[in-house]
Design a protein around this ligand. Structure first.
Ligand code: NDP
Length: 333
């Protein structure tokens, strides 16, 4: 019998996850039944939201189960199909059963990708969920308009690097990003950000004031905590915040100390709006069309950080939480 490997949740972390929370398990490779496909995964995604799924709490996605395989976005090649399936061996598909070398899926849960537009891995990043998050959060949730000043945190990551570039391409007057190292700050300048700062270099509030002395109109929040507090201070009247993520809190064992200045939202008539990318699927076609245009004209760039091999997927995930990635963090299987 042919076997392959998958990663199980061995235990739930308290605070920062460790390699002990994961287990590499050898399992048989099944044959597809009617309506099913067997996919050899080529690239899988590790994403910050997976940290929340390691906790046993009710959320917008169900928690991972201890003793069962993790899941998440992946792309791979169809290697066998069951009866009544239109997909054929050799097709490259996007689906939700990552963290394993082979995925057995209902064919309707596998979406063919167009590898002529971009390499398949891009469908896990710029052309996929993180790209749509950036596009929908900036243009729909925060309703950015030409001429405005935009601030984005975790700006060198998958979502943030696209937010900054899309803002410029859609006519923002000034785009400011924060990230966790001087090398990432240099990278943001290469991407065309007007100003960027390392949030370790000083209080975020002061760094943001120096980078956007006239204030900001939009804050795309990937981080929460002191970043959100600094943005609330910097926002002009009628400013908008797209609450996308709060990665500074995902491994915290205590409630956050900030923001302490939320009452400013009243006098400034601010809008702070949380969102989940899945609610914006109706924008997918517009997003792919516009992004594909920018990619082919060379106006937009995306980067990927690859870790090799399924056994290293937990380390890739931990590295993502630490900030080891530039652009999208992926695992090549
Ligand atoms: P990234 O590629 O941005 O990777 C995460 C980054 O977060 C790291 O590279 C690290 O960069 C940064 N980071 C880690 N800890 C901290 C901290 N304490 N303070 C500031 N930055 C930190 O991930 P994604 O682009 O996939 O996700 C970005 C955010 O968007 C996350 O909060 C995620 O949960 C959220 N998200 C929300 C979605 C939604 O539907 N609402 C959908 C997809 C993502 P650095 O070196 O700069 O610290």
């Amino acid at each position: 019998m042919t076997t392959a490997r998958e990663i199980h949740l061995a235990s739930r972390p308290a605070g920062w996850p460790t390699p002990d929370n994961f287990r590499l398990v050898e399992v048989p490779v099944p044959d597809p039944g009617p309506g099913q496909v067997l996919v050899r995964n080529q690239v899988m995604s590790v994403d910050p939201y997976m940290r929340g799924r390691m906790n046993d709490v009710k959320s917008y996605v169900p928690p991972f189960q201890v003793g069962a395989a993790l899941d998440g976005g992946a792309v791979g090649e169809v290697v066998a199909v069951g009866e009544g399936v239109e997909l054929a061996p050799g097709d490259v598909v996007l689906h939700g059963l990552g963290w394993r070398e082979y995925a057995l899926l209902e064919a309707r849960a596998a979406r063919p990708v167009d590898p002529t537009l971009a390499p398949a891995s891009a469908y896990l990043g710029a052309l996929g969920m993180p790209g749509l998050t950036a596009y929908a959060g900036l243009l729909d949730v925060a309703a950015m308009k030409p001429g405005e000043t935009v601030f984005v945190s975790a700006a060198a990551g998958a979502v943030g690097s696209l937010v900054g570039q899309i803002a410029k391409l859609r006519g923002a007057a000034r785009v400011v990003g924060s990230a966790g190292s001087p090398a990432k700050v240099d990278y943001l300048r290469e991407l065309g950000f007007d100003a960027a700062f390392d949030y370790h270099a000083g209080p975020v509030r002061e760094s943001l004031r120096a980078a956007a002395p006239e204030g900001i109109d939009v804050y795309f929040d990937n981080v929460g905590g002191d970043h959100l507090e600094a943005a609330i201070s910097a926002l002009r009247n009628h400013g908008r915040v797209a609450l996308c993520g709060a990665i500074s809190q995902y491994n915290a064992t205590e409630p956050p100390a900030a923001p302490r200045n939320l009452a400013l939202a009243i006098g400034k008539r601010l809008t702070l709006r949380g969102f989940i990318v899945g609610d914006h699927a109706h924008l997918r076609d517009a997003f792919v069309a516009e992004l594909a245009g920018w990619l082919s004209s060379g106006q937009l760039r995306y980067d990927e950080t690859f870790v090799d091999g399924l056994p290293n997927a937990p380390e890739a995930f931990l590295g993502l939480l630490r900030g080891d990635n530039l652009g999208k963090m992926l695992v090549r299987l």
